[in-house]
Structure formats: structure tokens, C-alpha cells
Design a protein. Structure first.
Lengths: 313, 313
């Protein structure tokens, strides 16, 4: 039996999965992310944790196929352009992790949202091209074409949060542009739309503006037929539908998979996105499917592992 | 020496190229496209012309690697969804062309704009992901990722003419939607913008509205610093820049290649597109390059041949 490690590096902690070739998660552990000193310790901490695990479990090093990484920044051909959350700049992962591990090992890396896309694709046994959204603090994405994640030449492949969807009253985005999908479909975006509608005071609602206003509260109200909350769902879904219609005439996937915290809204969201998508979609792509992601926060760890497994197939 | 045939099927004629493995075009010929009887004769006419050529040139059949096709409609995995210009519906090319040829032969097929993209990519010896636009009667496109054209699951990959770029005053598109890139960046689109500006009568110009108004006249005027014609270039380039910025955060290519009749405008157009692109582009993708296609109407024939050559590598 051969094994892989799938490593999802976040700004707070690193999730490490130990999987067999068939994709079964056999064990898991995590280390805290030490962002001191430009994040120089992170790979050493990961290597040490893995070496301790291997020793404890008495695993034969020759049975390890390699180490896949999902990283919070743009990655292209295993080269990390930058990871502001980690303090990293220009890191070639095969070299850097081999140095931390103390010997030359097989390493693959991709962006964390792309890793999540690949993880869902693999674990849900999809065979057709797929586009994944993660709607959370930000809006990220991953695109899988011909069974591979699309990194893009600058590692900016599937930076879907920065598709421009609002042209009439664009809101400034953290990226420096305005009108980006992230400004309306992230947690901040959903709450922002809700606050605007509460202020406009045209729709009945049980919601009121407070620090506690969050997507869960809003989508729960929508499920209870709160008119204002239902309008929030429609607005978010309209922007998502427009973005998906644009993506559909670009890469033409079979499935749009919706993940991230906001996807906890469930089918009320995917159903609404599909409705608005059909308004904007080219006749040739109208039967694209909209589904919910299933792996939650583990998707990136699975996808990171799959980078190694698919590389060995 | 091994050979391939690259076959670009258009609504009026079929261009057939005879190439060696190195991509050199050794000979070429064409047949008229017989669209009678739902286009049932087309593949037989092509097969007969090729068989006559092979006989005449005394080519050994075993030296032929295969037959690549570029077709005017959506194609996925060598399956033609439909080609309205040919009268075709649901044709599996390997089977259909083998039947016409009289024996089982190696056949690959893709959409004609995707074939053109692949042809430019191959002949210009590109190595990085690339997005190609053909701006002509319509607006088509092709995307090359990891050295392969992106068909999309419905064969609608890179239907870039139907990215929505005009939200304020959208014009109806032939596809049934409105605001599509094709409504403003095709021949009809460029002439339409010019007519609108002439009617508005705010800018000096040597242009006047007539049946002879066409992109060449307009872009020639722009090169002579005609204020209205320069504004046409800016408007078209603004829409193109927005579309490219969206594509850049989706597949993140190194090069945007501009082809089709309108690209005869030359660098005045690519320079303007890049200027507007920089306005809309995410910070991570600003150094994408904008270049002119080089193969003109032969791109599809080359790309069709490359489908076979890349399949044999």
C-alpha cells in the first residue's frame, strides 16, 4: 500500500491528512501556523510533525508517494508567487519542502481554493469539467478541466471573486477594483446587501441591523419566507448567476459547485443561482448543474493529496 | 516521414492542408461545401478529394497519422453537437469520417475557432496558456490550456462572443441574449458604434454613414487621427478589455491573441485593448500580453492538423 500526505496550509493552522492511494483518509493531525519571521518556520514545523507521525506509526518512507500542498495565495507550477497571510514571497515548493524535510521528496502545490475544487472533484467522483466557488470571508474559486486544476500562468486561475458583476453601483473591493463578485457574494457582501435593504425599508422583515447580522441569520430568515431575506437571496443569486453565465462561455463546465460558509444556506441558494443563471446563460450551456460542495473545510486537504495521486496515475 | 491532414470546414468551402509531423504545410487544396441534403455529402466530398490527392502524390496510406477537423459549431470529444451552417446535427466525427473514407481512420475534431487558437499556438511556438479571439462577422474564441484547446462539456468552451459586457444600454444579440461582446466587437458591432457616434454628431470626422462603412474604413480613419474613429477604437477596446479582465481571473492566460478581420486594424487595436484591460484587470494578472494573430484564414487548418500531431506525441 502506498500513501500520500495532503497538507492544507491556512493562516491559523495547517491541516495534514494521511491518505492511501484510493483516497481514503486514514489519519489526520494539525500544526499551528507560525507566521513569525516571514513564516520561515512553517515548512519545518510541518516536516517535523510528519516525521514524528511516520515514526510513531512505523510507516515505511518508501511507501510515501509524496506531499501535496494547498496554499493561501497564487501558485503556478508548484511555485508560490506570494502568500501574504503566511509572510511568504517567491517559494518553489519542491525545493523548499525537501530542504525542510531533510531529503529530496516529491512535492506538488496549488492554490487552496483550487485544491478544494480538486478535492471535491475527486471525492465526489466527478468526471466532467467543474467550477467551484468558495463563498466565505472572501470569494475564491477553482476550475477543474481534464481532471486537473487550472492554476493560470500567474497562479490567478479561478480568482472568481474578482469577476466584475456590478456595473451600476459598484462597491470598492479589497483588491483595488470595484464591482467584484466578492463585494456582493462574500459574508461582508451578503451582510452589506441586507443592511442596504433594511435601510431602504421597503420590505417586511424580522431582521434588524446589528453586529450579529450574519449569513446564517439571513438565510434562516429566508427559509422562513422573510420577504427582505428572500430579496437578499435573489440579489446574491443574480450576481452569481451572471458570473456563472460568463464562466460558462469561457470554460463551459458541467457543474458549478458552491462551497464556503455561505453555502450552508443550502438548496435555497443553488436553486436561486440556477434561476438567475438561466436568464443570462447562452443557449448552448443552459443545462449546467448547480450543486453544493460536500467536504467543507476538508476539501483542500483531500485536493492537496490528489495532486500527488493524479501525478502518479 | 509521417503526415497529417488538417481540414477546416466552412459554410462555403473546405480548406484541406497536407502537413508533415513538424508542422510544415506541404500542400493544400479545397473543395466546395455542399450543404444540400443536410450536408450529407460533405464528408464524402472531402474523403474523395483526399483519396485522389493521395493517389496522385503516391503517398503511402500507412504514413498518414490521421485527419483533424475544425468545424463551425460546438464540438466535444470529437462529437459535433450541431453545425447549422452545414445542416449537421449530432455527428460523431471518427465514425462518420471513417465511413466516408471507406475504412477506419484516426480522426479528431474541434470547433473552428478553437482550431484556429490551437493553430496559432502551435505555429507561433507558444508554451503558455493562451486565449484567442476572432473578431469578424461574429466573435468567436479559443482557449489553450496545458497545450490543449478547451472544448467545454457542451462544446461551448471559449464562446467568448457571448460574454456580457454591456449592461447599461445592451443591444440584442443573435443568440437571444443582449449585451454580448459580439454585439459591439464584431463587424456589425464596430459599424454600429460608428453609426451611433455619427448620429450623435459630437465628434469631428471624415466618416459618414453609408452602406460602405466597414471596419477597414473606420480603422484607417483612426490611424489618420480621425477623432470619431479614434473614439470607436476606444469603445471597442473598452469592451474587449473588460471581457479579457474577466477571462484573466478565470483561466489566467499569458497571451490574448486577437484575430479575425477586425484585427487587420493592427496594433492600434491591441494597444487600446491593453490600456482598457489594465483598468479592469486584477493586480495579479496585469502583465498579460496582447498580440495579433498571424495565420489569418489558415489558422484553423493548422490547428486541425495539430489535433492529430499532439495526440501522437
Amino acid at each position: 500500500m502506498k500513501y500520500v500526505f495532503g497538507i492544507d496550509v491556512g493562516g491559523t493552522s495547517v491541516k495534514i491528512g494521511f491518505l492511501n492511494e484510493q483516497g481514503e483518509l486514514l489519519d489526520r493531525f494539525s500544526v499551528l501556523t507560525d507566521t513569525s519571521n516571514h513564516g520561515d518556520n512553517i515548512l519545518f514545523d510541518i516536516a517535523n510533525a510528519i516525521k514524528a507521525f511516520i515514526k510513531e506509526k512505523n510507516i515505511n518512507e518508501t511507501d510515501i508517494l509524496g506531499f501535496g500542498f494547498g496554499l493561501p495565495g497564487p501558485v503556478h507550477n508548484d511555485f508560490v508567487v506570494r502568500c501574504p497571510n503566511l509572510g511568504w514571497d517567491s517559494v518553489f515548493m519542491p525545493e523548499a519542502f525537501s530542504a525542510a524535510y531533510g531529503k529530496s521528496v516529491h512535492v506538488k502545490a496549488t492554490n487552496d481554493a483550487t485544491a478544494a475544487a480538486v478535492g471535491e472533484y475527486w471525492q465526489q467522483e466527478m468526471n466532467d469539467d467543474m467550477v467551484f466557488f468558495t463563498l466565505g470571508t472572501g470569494v475564491g474559486g477553482g476550475i477543474v478541466i481534464n481532471h486537473k486544476g487550472v492554476d493560470g500562468v500567474h497562479g490567478a486561475g479561478a480568482e472568481l471573486g474578482h469577476i466584475r458583476v456590478e456595473h451600476k453601483h459598484p462597491i470598492a473591493c479589497t483588491c483595488g477594483l470595484d464591482g467584484c463578485l466578492e463585494t456582493v457574494a462574500s459574508i461582508r457582501g451578503v451582510v452589506g446587501i441586507t443592511r442596504r435593504l433594511i435601510k431602504e425599508n421597503k420590505l417586511e422583515t424580522t431582521l434588524y441591523d446589528s453586529d450579529k447580522l450574519n449569513p446564517k441569520v439571513i438565510f434562516d430568515a429566508a427559509k422562513n419566507n422573510d420577504p427582505l431575506a428572500l430579496e437578499v437571496v435573489e440579489e446574491v443569486a443574480d450576481y452569481m448567476g451572471l458570473a456563472c453565465a460568463t464562466i460558462a462561455v469561457t470554460v463551459d463546465p458541467k457543474i458549478f459547485l458552491i462551497g464556503g460558509g455561505i453555502s450552508n444556506a443550502g438548496s435555497i441558494l443553488t436553486t436561486a443561482i440556477q434561476k438567475h443563471y438561466l436568464k443570462y446563460a447562452h443557449f448552448g450551456v443552459k443545462d449546467a448543474r448547480f450543486e453544493l460542495a460536500k467536504l467543507g473545510n476538508d476539501a483542500g486537504m483531500y485536493g492537496a493529496a490528489y495532486l500527488i495521486i493524479s501525478d502518479n496515475q
